[in-house]
Design a protein around this ligand. Structure first.
Ligand SMILES: Cc1ncc(COP(=O)(O)O)c(C=O)c1O
Length: 373
């Protein structure tokens, strides 16, 4: 794989050392050109509409392929949060049931379940992390036959901890519960096959590791789960025959596309079509290995005991999200930014998140600047 050639499509890397895909990924020039071409077409009103719709479906297809789903199990959303809300509001809740989350989740994946629990008289059980790890046995202790949902991130945003989704799916299914996954910190960075993992639902925005625009994302819903739920909304694009405009009864298709409401964010999916093509061309396994090897270089090169170890398993990175415990992190973060080294500040730590477009020199630059500071 010639990573240098691939990197050329991310020309801002000549200006900035950007190691921050866990916040917002960089959009490649090829996708920016596609967006500009779309805006040009947009000048003509609806004349290219059906072509845009095909591009939307093409992006959905590429997303399905990336995660090992069938086309009928995926559709578009604005963002991760919308997808999680849609599914949370589609479940037929019964008073007395419980939902399990953990205390490391991104706020959306906490707030949604708090609201749902209050509205339907459910118990919210919060599994506590131990030093940034969430142990399976703590989930086993929390689950019972009243559990309806285990909601979890694939990869935790603040420390890179990767949950054992196959085991959590088994645990959920043994109790007739669903495994609902916030996938945004994994999709496009790590390999997954949703069929083998057996999760029931995954939501992911497109603007981080998928390198797309904010406001266009995806969700996956397992086929048999789809049959058990009752979506809260209906719309023309989510009908069996979206291009029939006569008065009639709404007929939802038996696919995830029933969650489509109205006009999609086409330019967002034109960009995602391009970035997903790039990911597919490189191969997600190669991307995962590349991302982890850049993370490993960072972990092995930092001085002192500052790596938050919960992203590691047997000293190997589980994900490319690396958090560093550094004194006065806010000031360090600002100083790095002054030098155009872009990372994130999360929970008082410096969070570094290399993607395949980064290289060893980016990591070296960060290390040199950290030493200097
Ligand atoms: C784990 C996780 N979930 C959800 C979000 C929010 O995603 P969105 O803006 O797509 O809803 C983020 C980051 O912004 C995140 O890291």
């Amino acid at each position: 794989m010639n990573w240098n050639d691939i990197r050329r499509d991310f020309s801002v890397l000549n200006e900035v050392t950007y190691i921050n895909a866990a916040s917002v990924g960089i959009t490649p020039e090829s996708a920016i050109r596609a967006a500009k071409a779309w805006l040009n077409e947009r000048r003509y009103g609806n004349m290219h509409w059906m072509d845009w719709y095909e591009r939307y479906k093409s992006a959905l297809k590429l997303f399905a392929k990336l995660i090992g789903a069938s086309e009928n199990e995926v559709t578009g959303t604005y963002n991760t949060t919308e997808g999680l809300n849609l599914i949370a509001n589609s479940i037929d809740w019964k008073k007395g049931q419980n939902i399990i989350i953990n205390d490391l989740e991104f706020p959306s994946n906490t707030f949604i379940w708090q609201v749902i629990a209050k509205r339907y008289g459910l118990e919210l059980r919060v599994v506590k992390n131990k030093n940034g790890y969430i142990e399976l046995k703590d989930y086993e202790n929390a689950v019972d036959n009243k559990t309806k949902v285990i909601a979890v991130s694939w990869v935790e945003f603040s420390n890179g901890y990767v949950h054992n989704l196959p085991e959590l799916a088994k645990l959920a299914h043994n109790h007739e519960a669903y495994l609902i996954v916030d996938g945004i910190q994994g999709v496009g960075s790590l390999e997954i096959n949703v069929n083998e993992t057996k999760l029931d639902f995954l939501s992911c925005g497109g603007h981080k590791w998928l390198m797309g625009l904010p406001g266009a994302g995806f969700m996956y819903i397992r086929r048999d789960f789809l049959e058990e739920i009752n979506p809260p909304f209906a719309g023309w694009l989510g009908d069996k025959e979206p291009f029939r405009f006569d008065y009639r009864e709404y007929q939802a298709p038996k696919t995830a596309r029933r969650f489509d409401l109205g006009s999609p964010n086409f330019v967002g999916y034109v960009v995602l079509e391009k970035t997903l093509e790039l990911i597919s061309k490189i191969g997600i396994r190669k991307i995962e290995n590349r991302n982890k090897s850049l993370a490993k270089l960072l972990i092995e090169s930092v001085e002192g005991d500052i790596v938050v170890a919960s992203s590691l398993i047997n000293n190997e990175p589980m994900s490319p999200i690396v958090s560093l415990r550094i004194d006065d992190a806010e000031n360090v973060y600002k100083k790095l930014r002054e030098k155009k080294i872009i990372v994130a500040l999360r929970k008082g730590n410096i969070r570094v998140s290399p993607h395949f477009y980064n290289n060893e020199q980016d990591i070296e630059k960060l290390l040199n600047e950290l030493r200097r500071i």
